[in-house]
Design a protein around this ligand. Structure first.
Ligand code: KIV
Ligand code: ZN
Length: 563
């Protein structure tokens, strides 16, 4: 925005609450959850859900564990009405689930809503009207506070009357929302809610819900928390009302506003899966619930298979979950950065060691707030390789996907080569491409030197432990026959090379292991050489079905890399 536009805007008025208590509180338990996917979420879709899609979504919400589900606005459209009737007629509402229906404060709509609820054992009728000065002035054409309050009072009176006429087998609870609470003067929201409450007359046994929506998010989350704490302190008969939050996300802080609102005393939260909803969306319930889980708090919601929940959501709503969406996004457990990859690999390695001593070890892997497997994400995507990646990441992929456990001091050489390759290509490398590149540039190399033949004799010298090696080596196009003795195959081969004048290095390290997960029982060996002239250190790798041969191939690979 250009500064010339700033004259149009004003600071948002704070709530005067110098003795606010919410900043010192800690979240210790989950709120009551209410999904509004089928109403607020649905009404924001370019193509609203069909009845079949709504049923699939409803079943999903039940499976996740929602006990309160706003199913629509049955008086507004036939699809909404028919959907509710299908739920009722097909006995799809479990005994422990209450459906909620939204309705404006208008007589014919309220009556039609009660028709839609016929025979449904438990329901919450959710009445709303807008209360903010902006809405009073623009939408209601300069309506006075009294006029706005009257709309709410008359609506509530009718709901109460119709609710009193339902059969004893039916329980109707009541929810009232002063829509646009977030920019309504706190004293006026309170006045309207008190008036509504006086008519409904909730009790501790049958409380009513006062839902205080941030219909539009106009302010910072601390102001929202102040509004909620102020309201909770001033409403009469606090134990007869359930205070509910319903944040939208216009400033991108809907989740923070809800979390602070809970600290400020709210009991209940409305929102949608993945934050679907009008404009920037409703509150993302998945994030709030998993944030609580990540602090060890049970929520009653089961997101242990988030990918399949996401798949149903994307199919029914035709929306996509962005790649950076907390918990559910494709990339949110992926590290491309080298230093992050190193730390994650170290974290997993240490965790594996420590779990052996303490099976109840708390989670603690750098850069990962939770264990991705707890929400059905695999470790596959955690480390992905592009030009920003580091040695640890490449080593991690070779280890995890291809069973190759590179020596620590080799990570830098291999990592550098592979992410330079990614940089040249200007893209991410797949796990198979990483393996191919590693094989082409580090394994069984035969560029200048090639081991053509090799024979070991463990008894030739008659000295225990000493071996004689005879090898045939191609060097710069000619074939050389070499012979040497030593206390092992590598040592004997190095002596043979020395005798042929080909040893301009010292062997500084050697490792080997069986390749995990390979189709045949291959061994991988790694040899590090130090250039006798330059002190340069290089690693080479050999892979062979014989462990001895793997070692020699590793040595020849390193010789090729040394030149
Ligand atoms: O955002 C809002 O204010 C609403 C109300 C109808 C509760 O969705
Ligand atoms: Zn809303």
């Amino acid at each position: 925005m250009n500064s010339n536009s700033l004259h149009k805007y004003r600071p948002f008025p704070p709530v005067s609450l110098p003795d606010r208590t919410w900043p010192d509180r800690v979240l210790e338990r989950a709120p009551i959850w209410c999904s509004v996917d089928l109403r607020d979420g649905n009404q924001a879709l370019p193509i609203p859900m069909s009845v079949e899609e709504k049923i699939e979504m409803f079943d999903l919400l039940v499976r996740i564990g929602f006990k309160q589900i706003e199913v629509g606005f049955p008086s507004a459209a036939d699809t909404e009405f028919n959907f509710l009737r299908r739920l009722a007629d097909e006995n799809r509402i479990p005994d422990d689930v209450t459906v909620q229906v939204l309705v404006q404060c208008r007589e014919h709509l309220i009556r039609r809503t009660f028709e839609a609820l016929e025979g449904i054992p438990r329901a919450i009728v959710h009445l709303y009207n807008s209360t903010s000065p902006l809405q009073r002035r623009i939408t209601f054409r300069d309506a006075s506070r009294e006029e706005i309050k009257r709309i709410a009072v008359e609506g509530t009176t009718l709901v109460r009357e119709l609710a009193s006429q339902v059969p004893g087998s039916q329980r109707i609870d009541f929810q009232y929302s002063p829509e646009s609470f977030s920019d309504t003067e706190p004293d006026f929201s309170l006045e309207v809610c008190e008036a509504v409450k006086a008519i409904w007359q909730p009790t501790r046994e049958q409380p009513m819900i006062l839902n205080l929506p941030a219909t539009v998010e106009w302010s910072t989350p601390n102001v929202h928390a102040d509004q909620i704490e102020w309201f909770c302190r001033h409403i009469s008969g606090r134990d007869t009302v359930v205070i509910s939050l319903h944040t939208h996300n216009d400033r991108g802080t809907g989740i923070a506003a809800t979390e602070l609102g809970l600290l400020a005393g709210a009991d209940r939260v409305e929102g949608t899966l993945f934050g679907n909803g009008e404009r920037t969306g409703n509150l993302d319930l998945v994030v709030v619930a998993l944030n609580l889980n990540s602090h060890g708090i049970a929520t009653g919601l089961d997101f242990s298979d988030l990918p399949s929940i996401r798949a149903v959501y994307e199919r029914c709503t035709r929306m996509t979950v962005p790649e950076r969406q907390p918990y559910a996004g494709e990339l949110v457990f992926t590290a491309f950065s080298g230093s992050h990859q190193d730390a994650i690999k170290k974290g997993f390695d240490r965790r594996t060691e420590e779990l052996a001593q303490d099976p109840d070890l708390t989670w603690g892997v750098p850069y990962l707030t939770i264990d991705p497997r707890d929400i059905g994400r695999s470790y596959e995507a955690i480390i992905r390789i592009n030009s920003q990646s580091g040695r640890g990441g490449v080593a991690y992929v070779l280890d995890r996907d291809h069973g190759l456990d590179l020596p620590k001091t080799m990570h830098h050489q291999v990592g550098h080569a592979i992410y330079t390759h990614a940089d040249r290509l200007g893209r991410e490398l797949s796990s198979d491409e990483i393996r191919e590149y590693f094989h082409a540039h580090f394994v069984n190399l035969r560029t200048r030197f090639e081991l053509l033949d090799f024979d070991l004799d463990h008894h030739a010298s008659g000295k225990p432990g000493e071996v004689l090696c005879q090898a045939s080596l191609r060097s710069d196009g000619s074939t050389l026959n070499l012979s040497g003795t030593g206390n092992g195959p590598i040592n004997a081969f190095v002596h043979a090379l020395d005798a042929a004048g080909l040893k301009n290095f010292n062997v500084t390290d050697y490792r080997s292991h069986a390749v995990r997960g390979g189709s045949d029982a291959d061994s991988a060996a790694f040899v590090q050489l130090r250039n006798a002239n330059t002190d340069e250190l290089v690693w080479g790798c050999g892979i062979d079905s014989s462990i001895e041969m793997a070692g020699l191939r590793a040595l020849v690979s390193a010789m090729n890399l040394l030149v």
